[in-house]
Design a protein. Structure first.
Lengths: 615, 401
């Protein structure tokens, strides 16, 4: 192949690597100190781009020459830094001690809030920023034209790396940041003002995110999809580099930039999958990334269901509940039945996650992978083999179980945040496959025409079918939770070392749990596909995983019934609010944050505590 | 205080009592469901909503249709297939709408067509352009107003003949719309331009283009013609990278939809001049009826119209006409009133062809030019859709109904 072309392609790769590094560097520093995986980092990046694209043209009109462009970029980054401070003071400060799951969800709540706010503040249109003055013309490289601004970007990465290095090595703030990355508690014991240190770190992190976003404006228009697309890549960079390691992030960004630039030549249609595949491969070989180290405080925070005396008369309650479910079609109209069907499906989905998180302490952030696999498995069986619903549902379940067994084999070797990221990577790989393997999955189009068999079509029969399958599966899972197997999982969750010492095969148990949970989620996905008549990649997306987590959290993670109540509450609320307001993301985000801050025990947990206090 | 509040309540009661007979005299409004990607694709859909809202206001000011007001229940379709059919289901089974219209992305359009067929409800695909909506996935419940990919690409390929370009590169978003447009282009360019060949194809994921790498990969194939299907943020980035790298110099570029203000305005002064495009040169429209619409729109919204504005307005008036002719909102009657019906629209007569439920609305084909600080179209002509439609034999060969 033409060497000039290869050179230009490599340079393109370097410039995306540089941009990616600047953003990811902020994420990794924030993680190092606060131990929070900040989902909202991508939102800060997006705010940076929007601010710069709005601010810089105004500044350029003042005609002070090219310097105003760079001043505008810097000013935007500082503004974003201040927004980061606000987020730290209002939210993050309150959840440093909370379990990882709560932290992830709270920052995801911020993502949702920012998505709506950005549209309110900057308007719905994409904003194309101005080009950098003096850098409009291309330069010739081996006879090919290359944008000169990209050369500036290539230089910007190492410059930022150098400055951050100086800051961390040569200033007192840097020393404290490094010390906190090593041992947060020790720093606190030595009398360092932690509040100030953390606020400063968040400013630095947000500043870098804003800078990364602002520097993009001459290349891309500021748009509302920027946050999730960058955060996914930034996660990969920080995880591959090793959480908390700045040089690691730099190296990982370089690798990913080149992979993308040349990947487009070899697989023009599968650009999304290579990045996450890299992450999965690196984590499989090096569980803590290039330069990461084992989590000291990490591991599990032992949140999960606890032992309780079985409720008196629970078989009576169970029978009443089943009778209510069975009688529901007598009073409900078609639409209400549809909503009830969906609630049952989500309840099953959330319940399967409870087995992983509540019982096993395996914080999965990609449970949508198996929900989606089940849905796609069923839909593909219908599309390619023309099988009926009765055969398609077990096939979907089998595919999900298979996928979970495969992913689980890698996941159980990890712990803490790396585990969450590995599950996220698995879900994202599947998402990318569903999205880009158009010949098989239909890509963005999804698969349509997945309707139930005649006997089950119509709202009432399908509702009853869903109810029967959900109740059976939930009871089965409940049995598994109460069996010795469930107790072994809980032992491993509460103390890995002790569980191992008494001879439990922790990895094997966790692997079984992962497979069972995946299969149950797959069944939910299959039922869901037939209830909608179609599947699309969003079933595998981050927001589906977050849905399940939110239901779990809303209902209460310490109780068995929590996810079921949570599913009803969240889906019911969403169905009620969404048609009323265009700002439902804002509302959902705020309620997630409120839940984390105010009701960390969830609905069922809170009610039970209240009940317990009374008696 | 108590007195004041009592008086208020009495006043309210009186108002209700007086108002009630008037409200009873008028029949319940006709409910129509509308769904579109207002959050994700605001550039097109918000002007589109303005368009149908304007038509709706005019219709209801004149007393509605069949003596009833029209009420539109509008929702965001979430821009994914699953979410759109879910929203449609809510509109149909909870709100009880009599027909559905809207949606933007082609994949969503295909899913909506499938939904309409399953639930036996009329769906008017305003914007989705893939051929599938009226061809392979078409059904008697699904109608489309805008010229589909086959028609618009046909118009562009006619322009390509004169250029003499033979080595073509394709860049298209990798989803239903882009795939469909690319497939039609490949077929038509080889049928109509002897010796033409495709030398490069790039299919970036929608909204996720790596513009620099994509531009240089196309440049590598040294095409003398480029067929572009990108739109929105992808287009903006691609144009910027292509301009910088000189990708478009000396090449004939055919581009779908780029002349529409919704995609042209974000490019500002970096408009790639000389591209042959389909679009909407609203600023040069002289036809009195059309001009009157444009002036009224500008006066009402204090904004220039987009193609979406025109489309929204046309769809609403055509729905009104159809319901009036059907004499009811009953599905079978509306289908009968739509098939092979002639409509008198602001852009002139439009027929809804019965065999594939595709309207004969055409498109404006011209060249991009910089007009002051933003782009526009020059050297344009309105191509009536009727002469570019797929033949009846072609339709019969692929449609399943």
């Amino acid at each position: 192949m033409d060497p000039a072309f290869l050179a230009v392609q490599a340079l393109s790769g370097l410039s995306s690597a540089s941009s990616l590094f600047i953003t990811a560097c902020g994420l990794t520093i924030v993680f190092g100190v606060t131990r929070i995986v900040n989902f909202a980092h991508g939102s800060l990046y997006m705010i940076g781009a929007y601010t710069a694209a709005t601010l810089v043209p105004r500044l350029l009109e003042l005609s002070f020459g090219p310097v105003t462009f760079w001043a505008g970029i810097l000013a935007s980054a500082i503004i974003v830094g201040l927004i980061g401070v606000i987020i730290e003071v209002l939210l993050l400060r309150r959840i440093y001690g909370a379990p990882e799951l709560f932290q992830l969800l709270a920052t995801f709540g911020v993502v949702l809030v920012v998505q709506d706010l950005v549209v309110q503040v900057f308007g719905p249109q994409d904003i194309l920023g101005p080009r950098a003055p003096g850098l409009r013309a291309p330069v010739e490289i081996l006879g090919r034209r290359f944008p000169s601004y990209e050369l500036v970007l290539i230089a910007a990465g190492p410059i930022v790396l150098g400055l951050v290095w100086l800051l961390l090595r040569k200033t007192r703030f840097g020393v404290l940041v490094r010390a906190a990355t090593q041992d947060r508690d020790m720093v606190a014991s030595l009398g360092v003002n932690q509040a100030l240190l953390f606020t400063g770190t968040l400013f630095l992190g947000a500043f870098l995110a804003g800078l990364g976003g602002a520097l993009q404006i001459p290349r891309v228009s500021a748009n509302t999809g920027m946050d999730l697309s960058i955060i996914a890549e930034a996660f990969v960079v920080t995880v591959v580099g090793g959480m908390g390691s700045v040089p690691g992030a730099f190296l990982a960004a370089l690798v990913i930039g080149q992979l993308q630039a040349f990947g487009i030549l070899i697989f023009p249609k599968s650009t999304l999958v290579v990045v996450f595949l890299l992450m999965a491969v690196v984590l499989a070989i090096r569980p803590y990334g290039f330069f990461g180290r084992a989590e000291i405080i990490g591991g599990t925070h032992a949140v999960g269901i606890a032992s309780r005396r079985p409720l008196a008369g629970r078989s009576f309650i169970l029978i009443t509940l089943m009778a209510i479910l069975a009688a529901f079609p007598l009073v409900a109209d078609a639409y209400l039945l549809k909503v009830a069907t969906e609630i049952l499906i989500f309840a099953l989905f959330a319940f399967s996650l409870q087995l992983l998180i509540g019982v096993g302490g395996i914080v999965s952030f990609g449970h949508a992978a198996f929900f989606g696999l089940g849905a796609y498995g069923a839909a593909l069986a219908v599309k390619w083999y023309g099988v009926s619903m009765e055969a398609a549902l077990p096939l979907g379940l089998a595919l999900a179980a298979l996928g979970a067994a495969l992913v689980g084999a890698f996941v159980v070797r990890l712990s803490g945040i790396y585990l969450a990221m590995m599950t996220l990577a698995a879900a994202q790989i599947l998402y990318a496959v569903a999205f880009q393997w158009v010949e098989v999955t239909g890509g963005d189009n999804g698969i349509v025409g997945v309707w139930p068999s005649p006997w089950a079509s119509g709202p009432i029969p399908y509702y009853l079918l869903t109810a029967v399958l959900t109740v059976i599966t939930v009871l089965l899972l409940k049995r598994i939770i109460d069996a010795p197997f469930g107790y072994s999982l809980r032992a491993a969750r509460d103390s890995e070392a002790r569980a191992e010492a008494i001879g439990l095969k922790i990895r094997q148990h966790r692997w079984f749990a992962f497979t069972i949970a995946g299969a149950a989620a797959g069944l939910a996905g299959g039922i869901y596909a037939f209830s909608r008549g179609s599947v699309d990649p969003s079933l595998l997306g981050i927001s589906t995983s977050v849905d399940a987590l939110t239901m779990l959290l809303l209902g209460g993670i310490q109780t068995v019934m929590g996810p079921l109540v949570g599913a009803a509450a969240l889906h019911g609320l969403r169905d009620w609010i969404m048609p009323l307001t265009p700002l439902w993301r804002l509302l959902l985000g705020l309620s997630i944050i409120a839940m984390v801050l105010i009701f960390p025990r969830g609905l069922v947990g809170t009610v039970r505590d209240w009940w317990g206090a009374r008696t | 205080m108590a007195t004041i509040s009592t008086i208020r309540w009495l006043a309210l009661g009186a108002a209700l009592a007086l108002g009630a007979p008037a409200a009873q005299a008028q029949q319940a409004p006709i409910k129509i469901g509308e769904l579109n990607s207002y959050a994700q694709w605001a550039a097109f859909t918000v002007p589109y909503r303005n368009g149908w809202q304007m038509a709706l206001d005019e219709i209801n000011a004149k007393g509605g249709v069949l003596g009833r007001r029209i009420e539109i229940i509008s929702r965001d379709d979430g821009a994914t297939t699953g979410s759109a059919t879910r929203v449609a289901d809510e509109l149909v089974s909870r709100e009880g709408v009599s027909l559905l219209f809207g949606s933007f992305l082609s994949n969503v359009g295909v899913a909506m067509a499938d939904y309409a067929n399953q639930k036996k409800i009329v769906y008017i695909a305003a914007e989705p352009l893939t051929d599938a909506v009226t061809m392979a996935q078409g059904n008697r419940y699904t109608f489309r107003i805008r010229p589909n990919n086959f028609m618009q690409v046909g118009m562009l390929v006619d322009q390509a003949k004169a250029s003499g370009a033979k080595r073509w590169a394709i860049v298209a978003p990798n989803y239903e719309y882009g795939q469909s447009a690319a497939a039609v282009f490949k077929r038509l360019i080889q049928e109509r331009v002897p010796g033409a060949q495709i030398v490069a194809e790039q299919y970036p994921a929608l909204g996720k283009i790596e513009a620099g790498a994509t531009a240089s990969a196309i440049e590598q194939a040294k095409p003398d013609g480029i067929f572009n299907v990108l739109f929105g943020p992808d287009l903006t980035q691609f144009v910027r990278e292509g301009n910088t790298r000189g990708l478009f110099e000396g090449a004939t570029v055919l581009s779908l939809l780029t002349g529409e203000p919704e995609w042209l305005l974000p490019l500002k002064d970096e408009v790639p001049e000389g591209w042959t495009v389909t679009g909407y040169p609203w600023d040069e429209i002289k036809d009195p009826k059309h001009k009157a619409f444009i002036d009224a729109y500008r006066a009402k919204y204090n904004d220039t119209p987009r193609l979406g504005s025109l489309l929204g307005y046309m769809v609403m008036t055509m729905i009104r006409d159809a319901i009036e002719r059907a004499g009811s909102t009953e599905t079978e009657a509306v289908i009968k009133a739509l098939e092979d019906a002639k409509f008198d629209t602001v852009i002139g007569p439009v027929t809804m062809r019965g065999i594939d439920n595709q309207a004969t609305m055409g498109a404006w084909v011209g060249k991009l030019v910089l007009k002051g600080a933003a782009g526009g179209m020059t050297d344009w002509a309105y191509k009536d859709g009727a002469s570019f439609m797929p033949t009846e034999a072609e339709v019969k060969a692929v449609r399943k109904d």
